[in-house]
Design a binder for this molecule. Structure first.
Ligand SMILES: Cc1cc2nc3c(=O)[nH]c(=O)nc-3n(C[C@H](O)[C@H](O)[C@H](O)COP(=O)(O)OP(=O)(O)OC[C@H]3O[C@@H](n4cnc5c(N)ncnc54)[C@H](O)[C@@H]3O)c2cc1C
Length: 408
């Protein structure tokens, strides 16, 4: 048993919640159980664009939703390595389930990192761990696209009470979540970039559907548009300003988790291509089919994809508690470029896998179909558009020097 597994085993052993089906099962085993449930309904979830209920029920049953919550608040204190590994494993099974898990874990990371010390947020952490609450994210607003550092709707203050009305263009699994973590302008007189992060639970808000979700891929995320109307207490506003939360936690954790999901999708496509090439070689008396070179290209792209994720994971884990390092130009450029690179590499990997399989990959039926993987992966470059990210970091890229050595 490796160190990480041992830590999880002991965390699981210490938990006495009745939801745990097998108190001795490791995080890897618990994730594998959820992945099995996700794989079992992936085709149907995609076809019907429906919420992956069996998979998320299994995640609750296996207590995966609270893994990041510190042990003192009832969770397992899982690291970013554990969370991203789970994203990858789920991504291989069902991209929508994995992306729901990744978005939820990003909100939980904000709660853990920036809510500790606030009694309201600590109580929410305990609830996420004990009740396995699913948290959704609302950042996209009106016609503003992926311009997250600018909000239109403002928090209205009335004594200790607050309210918010937000034109939320996209809230993945909004209709299925137990809570929503949203950005907003601090107050009516605040400028668009003076933002706060607020957590609302189901009893705080109503959602009125404004846009349906009929898309190419990631269909099970059910990322419809809503008018969000929320009321609550001023304590629900995170104590730190959003610009800090955005740089230190929201962006790094989102990009690491999303990239791990996309790597999982890419790995699933590579696995199908491998099975196809093996079968074709067997059928041709051991001769490699012409598509074999595309399979090698798919593996090569997957290797690059994993390398760029693990390199950024190591950097993030090293500086996780170092505000200055996380806010530095170098780290911010690197973590933003991770999103751009990982999304492009995921699409390239899946495309190569499709070309390796030829018509068998292009078909929507059969064991070697790559269609769902390709459609799901195509969401990656758009999810906070790569063009927007590249334009935003152009100035920062100009300012940082060219590395003097390979490991600089
Ligand atoms: C599967 C999925 C799930 C999602 N879930 C959520 C969710 O739960 N909550 C949420 O709030 N949002 C969610 N989103 C939305 C996401 O966060 C982004 O807001 C959205 O993808 C941006 O959409 P857009 O490309 O239309 O908008 P924009 O970012 O405005 O881009 C529109 C067009 O303008 C171009 N463009 C924009 N800026 C620049 C620039 N500076 N330079 C050059 N070109 C530029 C882009 O290339 C693109 O062609 C989700 C998106 C997806 C795909």
């Amino acid at each position: 048993m490796n160190v990480r597994e041992a830590r999880f085993r002991s965390a699981v052993d210490e938990t006495s919640e009745p939801l745990i089906p097998d108190r001795n099962s490791s995080l890897l085993q618990r994730t594998a159980n959820v992945a099995a449930a996700a794989a079992g309904e992936a085709e149907e979830v995609d076809r019907d664009a429906r919420f992956p209920k069996a998979a998320i029920d299994a995640a609750r049953q296996q207590r995966l939703l609270g893994i990041q919550i510190p042990e003192e608040f009832g969770g397992s204190g899982a690291s970013i390595f554990d969370v991203t590994d789970a994203c990858y494993t789920l991504g291989r099974a069902c991209a929508s389930t994995a992306m729901i898990f990744a978005m939820h874990q990003t909100k939980v990371a904000c709660l853990v990192r920036h809510g500790t010390g606030s009694s309201w947020h600590e109580a929410l952490m305990r609830r996420v761990a004990s009740e396995q609450l699913l948290l959704a994210s609302s950042t996209t607003e009106g016609q503003n696209g992926g311009n997250i550092r600018s909000s239109a709707a403002a928090v209205e203050h009335g004594g200790t009470e607050i309210s918010l009305v937000r034109n939320a263009t996209v809230i993945s699994y909004g209709a299925h979540a137990d809570g929503i973590v949203t950005i907003a302008r601090r107050a009516n007189d605040a400028v668009a970039s003076d933002q706060v992060l607020v957590a609302f639970t189901r009893d705080n808000y109503t959602l009125e559907r404004s846009l349906e979700w009929e898309t190419l891929g990631m269909r099970g995320t059910c990322s419809a548009g809503f008018e969000l109307k929320a009321t609550g207490s001023a304590e629900q506003i995170f104590p730190e300003a959003y610009d800090k939360i955005h740089a230190q936690t929201m962006t790094p954790v989102a990009h690491l988790c999303w990239a791990s999901v996309w790597a999982g999708i890419a790995a699933a496509a590579v696995e199908r291509a491998q099975l196809f090439i093996r079968k074709a070689a067997r059928g041709a008396g051991g001769h490699m089919p012409p598509g074999a070179a595309h399979f090698t290209a798919a593996r090569m792209a997957l290797t690059k994809l994993r390398a760029i994720i693990t390199s950024n994971l190591d950097t993030y884990a090293t500086h996780e508690y170092d505000e200055r390092a996380l806010s530095s130009l170098d780290f911010q450029s690197s973590i933003n470029l991770l999103k751009v690179e990982a999304s492009e590499l995921a699409v390239a990997t899946v495309m190569s896998a499709m070309r390796a399989c030829g018509l068998s990959g292009y078909r929507n039926d059969g064991d070697f179909s790559i269609g769902r993987h390709l459609r799901d992966a195509l969401s990656a470059p758009l999810m906070i558009n790569n063009d927007r990210i590249l334009a935003n970091i152009a100035t920062a890229s100009l300012m940082s020097g060219v590395p003097a050595s390979l490991r600089d």
